[in-house]
Design a protein around this ligand. Sequence first.
Ligand code: HEC
Length: 154
Amino acid sequence: MCRFCWFLSIVLAVATAGLAWKFILSGETVVASDGRTAIVLEAGERDLVLTEMRAFLEAAQKILDASVRGDVTAVAEAARAVGRAAAGPVPGSLVGKLPLGFKQLGFATHDGFDRLAMDVEALGDTAEVPERLAQLMNNCVGCHAAFRLEVGER
Ligand code: HEC
């Protein structure tokens, strides 16, 4: 290959690696005033994430309430409402701004609710639900300790 082609290939490879790093791993982040990692989003994107969060909280309340009443169907319904399928499409532009650790914890949480729904139906009993929910909510606690959201143009 000609020298220039080599040069061009290397420039392209570096650019691709840089984009992959930015899009998949790091996201759009800064260190926040409280030491957490702040994810910098547009106002509408932040609204979308927070709407999903309030759905998580609502689901947790419903699951706990239904498990106390021994209502298997209501537990499964509330858990599926925040499962992977219900999470709704996340725009690619937003996915690119979320760091890898955030995405992994987010997916794991949606999957955890799906598994909870499946297991409670399979068992036909809600006895283990509070313990499972308490475990799953370690994801909420862990993510909130590590990340926050900020609105900004970067
Ligand atoms: C992948 C990371 C992540 C996971 C998992 C997560 N959260 Fe959040 N949540 C956040 C971030 C980031 C914020 C914004 C916090 C901030 O800016 O200080 C937030 C905010 C919230 C809010 C505030 C919503 C509002 O309208 O202001 C609630 C309520 C909430 N989360 C509940 C939950 C519950 C309940 C769970 C678990 C079932 C959960 N979250 C799991 C990252 C996460």
